[in-house]
Ligand binder design. Structure first.
Ligand code: F6R
Length: 242
């Protein structure tokens, strides 16, 4: 695991974007695994800048998102489908059919959709998987206790996760109780992994990630077994390591 400590969120976002842009330049038809949440927003903004400057094109890029809330429509502003369009897809030349977000809208057959997503993931190779990390160590929405062999499934969100994410909703009652997520096994299949960690609220999480043992109680710990992981951490998130 390669750890890079940067000053702040802006630097993290610039570095994150430059690593992804380099891959797109080297392999224009690469497959990206994408994340939502606060951590990658600045990275996406810098990628949009690079696109607008003519440095990169997404026209042959394929993408697979980590996860989606269950039971909210795709046009709901808090759906991850909406998030990806709002924060990246609508601003670059990616082809809609080449983008994939798990489908978990009301009325969908969740188990069938999860199976379909795993099959789709098994038919491609993700060149770079972008990750944030939950305060409880979750990756995607693989909450503590999830087996490392898990493939795409419907998860009951941990109360800590619903608490952390209520900032995006009017109240905790509106935060979905379930989500569909790539499993840990799907994430570990990626050729390379880029994790972004920012802010003082993640300082304890960083200590557990970097100093803790490998255990399903802290899902991100499995990344120590992956041969090609880069973690970019800003000073606030790294503050309890010294
Ligand atoms: C998002 C995802 C989650 C987030 C994590 C951190 O698609 O899978 O694992 O990466 O909850 O969220 P932020 O970045 O909002 O702190």
């Amino acid at each position: 695991m390669k750890v890079i400590v940067v000053k702040n969120y802006d630097e993290l976002s610039e570095l994150g974007a430059s690593i992804i842009a380099k891959l797109i330049k080297e392999k224009p038809n690469c497959t990206l695994g994408l994340a939502t949440g606060s951590s990658p927003v600045g990275t996406y903004q810098n990628l949009i800048k690079a696109y607008n400057n003519g440095e990169i094109s997404f026209k042959d890029v394929h993408s697979y998102n980590l996860d989606e809330y269950c039971g909210i429509d795709r046009n709901h502003p808090q759906s991850y489908y909406y998030f990806m369009h709002d924060n990246l897809f609508n601003h670059v030349d990616i082809v809609e059919e080449n983008t994939h977000v798990p489908y978990a809208a009301p009325g969908s057959d969740l188990d069938a959709e999860a199976k379909k997503y795993t099959e789709a993931l098994n038919s491609v190779e993700i060149d770079l998987q972008l990750l944030g990390i939950g305060g409880n160590g979750h990756i995607g929405f693989n909450e503590p206790g999830t087996p490392f062999e898990q493939e795409t499934f419907v998860v009951t969100l941990a109360e800590k996760t619903r608490e952390d994410n209520k900032r995006f909703f009017n109240s905790i009652d509106e935060v979905p109780t379930h989500a569909m997520t790539m499993g840990i096994a799907n994430i570990m299949n990626a050729k390379s992994i880029l994790m972004l960690i920012s802010g003082a609220s993640k300082a304890d999480t960083v200590v557990k990630l970097l100093k803790g043992e490998i255990t399903t109680d802290f899902p991100a710990s499995i990344l120590h077994k992956h041969p090609n992981v880069t973690v970019i951490i800003d000073e606030a998130a790294y503050s309890k390591m010294n």
